[in-house]
Design a protein around this ligand. Structure first.
Ligand SMILES: C[S@@+](CC[C@H](N)C(=O)[O-])C[C@H]1O[C@@H](n2cnc3c(N)ncnc32)[C@H](O)[C@@H]1O
Length: 396
């Protein structure tokens, strides 16, 4: 492993001329070495160097001298992944192992906990985590008390899940090498892989690019619908941009936002679904939800009034904006644009409110001149449904 490889996840910190299978075997070997007492000491040393601001070249040369060539690169790679994981995984990040790929694919533990609680509330005892990667859902399910069968066809993912469950002292986790497509095809009587519930999180990226076509996910859309049909106590993570027309009848679709962005979309099995659509928002550790048992239709359209409201994206994507608009006495400013307007401000968690001081025709030149006349300095331009790619320059 050269110095350049040190910036890469463990899984790539090997000679580039290895076959994928050999690379995976080498990564598994490195992960196992890191799980030994010597590996733990190397990880701790790498974390200290990283926290002290050491650059990769000097950190690696010190690590090689202190913990040996074999452990130095992998320990540095994991220390870097843990640093990235800390904002979402909290204190657990320093006990878990991730490769760059598995961390990129990992969901938020707080949402995995919520998912686990909802499945177990249906009486599920054993849950299959279909496509476990580094085990985010497996860990949440095991912590919630479920027996878990964690499935992945990637040996690195399986090793990570096994080691991560052990690192958190979680028992009741079985790790299985299987193809999820086959498991779902042979599922029956409400069970898959010997479990009475399932979480499926298809890989929606390939070659570093997002796969927009659900038929190209891995496993593909046919496996998603197969699971929803065969295992009623189940949930599938899907792309937030999923077309509403794809949502099967009787399946609840949920969009979840954190910090003003959609972070998850879920399809709940018919044994768990309680509504048609759900918008969920997590703010300051608290969940807010809006649900509807049927399509509430669009909000009415009206003129721009004293206040403009920008709805949360989960509310928009779920098709439930008209419910909040009704609560606020607000109307859409245009049938195709998701801005609401009303006479007064709102304290609703579902919208950000802005006071309207003037309404001007859309003309960037005039807007720029207008802002200059008013002595406006920095400007944040919020636009929706506008073809503008320019904005008034700061200070104008
Ligand atoms: C998006 S990741 C799962 C992320 C995980 N839920 C988390 O939050 O950390 C998808 C996983 O599914 C696995 N996978 C994809 N297709 C599969 C298949 N047909 N059979 C088994 N595993 C598969 C991939 O190897 C990958 O680890």
């Amino acid at each position: 492993m050269g110095d350049d490889g040190a910036d890469l996840p463990v899984g790539h910190a090997v000679r580039v001329d290895h076959e994928p299978q050999e690379q995976a075997a080498e990564t598994v070997r490195q992960l196992r070495a890191l799980a030994t007492p010597g590996g733990a000491a190397a990880l701790s040393r790498a974390a200290t160097l990283l926290a002290g601001g050491a650059d990769a070249v000097s950190a690696l040369s010190r690590l090689r001298a202190e913990v040996g060539t074999d452990l130095a690169g992998p320990a540095w790679g994991i220390a870097r992944q843990r640093q990235k994981a800390r904002p979402t995984f909290g204190a657990d990040a320093d006990r878990l192992l991730f490769t760059g790929d598995t961390l990129e694919q990992a969901g938020r533990p707080v949402l995995a906990d919520r998912r686990a609680a909802r499945l177990l509330a249906e009486g599920a005892e054993a849950v299959a985590d279909l496509g476990c990667a580094a085990g985010t859902d497996t860990l949440a399910l095991a912590r919630a008390g479920a027996r878990v069968v964690a499935v992945d066809r990637d040996p690195v993912a399986r090793e990570l899940t096994r080691l991560n469950a052990a690192a958190l002292g979680l028992s009741g986790v079985e790790v299985l090498d299987a193809d999820v497509v086959d498991l779902v095809a042979s599922a029956g009587h409400g069970a898959v892989a010997g479990c009475d519930a399932a979480v499926l999180d298809p890989a929606r990226r390939a070659g570093g690019r997002r796969q927009l076509d659900p038929d190209r996910w891995s496993p593909p859309w046919s496996t998603v619908t197969g699971l929803l049909d065969r295992v009623p106590v189940g949930v599938v993570k899907v792309a937030p941009g999923l077309d509403h027309d794809r949502v099967p009848a009787g399946v609840e679709a949920e969009w979840v936002s954190v910090g003003g962005s959609i972070v998850e979309a879920l399809l709940w099995g018919r044994g768990v679904s309680t509504t048609w659509r759900r918008a969920t928002l997590l703010r300051d550790g608290r969940f807010s939800e809006v649900t509807a048992d049927g399509d509430p239709g669009p909000a009415p359209v009206g003129a721009v009034r004293g206040w403009l409201h920008e709805p949360d994206p989960a509310l928009i994507r779920s098709g439930l904006m008209s419910l909040v608009a009704g609560d606020l006495g607000a109307t859409l400013i245009d049938p195709t644009i998701a801005y609401l307007s009303s006479d007064g401000p709102s304290t609703s968690t579902w919208v950000s409110s802005y006071r309207v001081t003037e309404v001007l025709p859309f003309n960037l030149k005039k807007l720029k001149a207008h802002l200059r006349t008013r002595g406006v300095g920095r400007v944040v331009v919020k636009k929706r449904g506008s073809p503008s790619s320019r904005r008034p320059s700061p200070g104008s």
